[in-house]
Design a protein around this ligand. Structure first.
Ligand SMILES: NC(=O)c1ccc[n+]([C@@H]2O[C@H](COP(=O)([O-])OP(=O)(O)OC[C@H]3O[C@@H](n4cnc5c(N)ncnc54)[C@H](O)[C@@H]3O)[C@@H](O)[C@H]2O)c1
Length: 339
């Protein structure tokens, strides 16, 4: 069977990492084409990969007859146009989150894919492929702990760039917990409130940090998320499930525990998301490649999952501004056959 020929669009932080991953660790695929708004960046990357070309126009890269599938790692605002081009050319696409940056365009993408009657889009919510989240999901589904009642989540970053504002905490950080909630509890989120306590003095003036998001699901389950992006410590992502018959926690970063003089013990916290979720990205891409290459069903997060997370984050940004609980507005999934 031939290798899957992938075009990677956007070779910044994530895209370059995915190119390296596909080239060195993923079997059955190679990067045939790269594209970036900064042409030299794409050319530099292509020069290091045998058989890879830089293509200047992203839409040409998608349409290229030597491209079987597309990996979108461009910024969110460009996703809609590039996703619709992938659908037009019937090319399977793994789109880094977010699906698109607003609810209307996300819904349009869901509708256009559903009209084709074929599943072409996977959204890059990689935590669904992380072995700890998979273990927690299996535990919930086993029923051993009874019904889930609560999730307590923590999402901490050591620092963020100067342009990072309070709404980005919702759209870029909370979005992952939104997807984790939907994945673990298997139901939609119906409302969101965001509490903004006294800011960390180290946070840039005007940045609400930390933030506490409170989510409520369709059946009334409670999820709280601490979002704190200027801790100055390291990358920490934890989820604790509280259920009828017990609780379970992931993300404790318990690797090597060292004991040494003078009477100290401890380990290391993962420095960033690439290290913490390296295994998840590898599994995500390998599963996608295997499914596309063999014609099997792509089983990762769908365009609907992308739409739902955009809808929750849009309500989240309103909640941040108002301080009130905001209802999440979504269309009825059954109204879009095939979605
Ligand atoms: N899953 C995750 O954990 C995760 C982590 C980080 C980023 N992301 C997502 O990945 C995407 C990329 O983020 P990043 O951090 O790599 O950003 P980045 O800014 O480092 O890289 C984006 C690249 O896209 C290029 N670009 C901009 N507009 C383009 C266009 N129209 N066509 C082609 N290339 C274009 C830029 O020149 C840049 O090289 C975003 O959607 C982001 O939300 C996901």
């Amino acid at each position: 069977m031939n290798d899957l020929r992938i075009a990677v669009l956007g070779v910044g932080l994530m895209g370059a990492d995915h190119v390296a991953r596909i080239t060195s660790r993923i079997s059955g695929a190679h990067v045939a084409v790269v594209n970036d708004y900064v042409a030299e960046r794409a050319e530099q990357i292509a020069a290091d990969i045998p058989g890879c070309r830089a293509v200047a126009d992203p839409l040409d890269a998608i349409a290229d007859p030597d491209v079987d599938a597309v990996l979108l790692a461009t910024p969110g605002p460009t996703h809609e146009k590039q996703l619709l081009a992938c659908l037009e050319h019937r090319k399977p696409v793994l789109c880094e989150k977010p699906l698109t940056t607003d609810v209307d365009t996300s819904l349009e993408v869901v509708r256009r894919e559903a009209e084709l009657g074929v599943r072409l889009i996977q959204v890059g919510f990689m935590r669904r492929f992380d072995h700890e989240y998979v273990a927690l999901k299996s535990l919930i589904d086993s029923g051993d702990l009874g019904d889930p009642l609560l999730l307590h989540c923590v999402h901490r970053n050591p620092a963020v760039p100067d342009h990072f504002d309070s709404a980005m905490t919702v759209r870029d950080s909370l979005v992952h917990e939104v997807d984790v909630t939907r994945f673990l509890l298997d139901e939609e989120i119906t409302s969101i409130q965001i509490v903004t306590p006294t800011p960390n003095p180290a946070a840039r003036s005007g940045l609400f940090d930390p933030q506490i998001a409170i989510l409520r699901t369709a059946s009334g389950k409670h999820v709280d998320v601490e979002l704190f992006v200027t801790t100055g410590v390291a990358y920490e992502v934890r989820t604790e499930l509280v259920a009828e018959k017990g609780s379970a926690m992931i993300g404790l970063d318990v690797g090597l525990v060292r004991k040494s003089a003078p009477g100290t013990w401890g380990g290391e916290i993962t420095p960033g998301f690439k290290e913490r979720f390296g295994q998840a990205y590898d599994t995500e891409i390998q599963r996608w490649v295997d499914a596309v290459r063999t014609g099997a069903n792509v089983d990762g997060p769908t365009s609907w999952d992308g739409y739902a997370s955009t809808a929750v984050c849009e309500a989240g940004v309103q909640a941040l501004q108002s301080g009130q609980s905001v209802a999440v507005t979504m269309v009825d999934r059954a109204s879009i056959p095939g979605a």
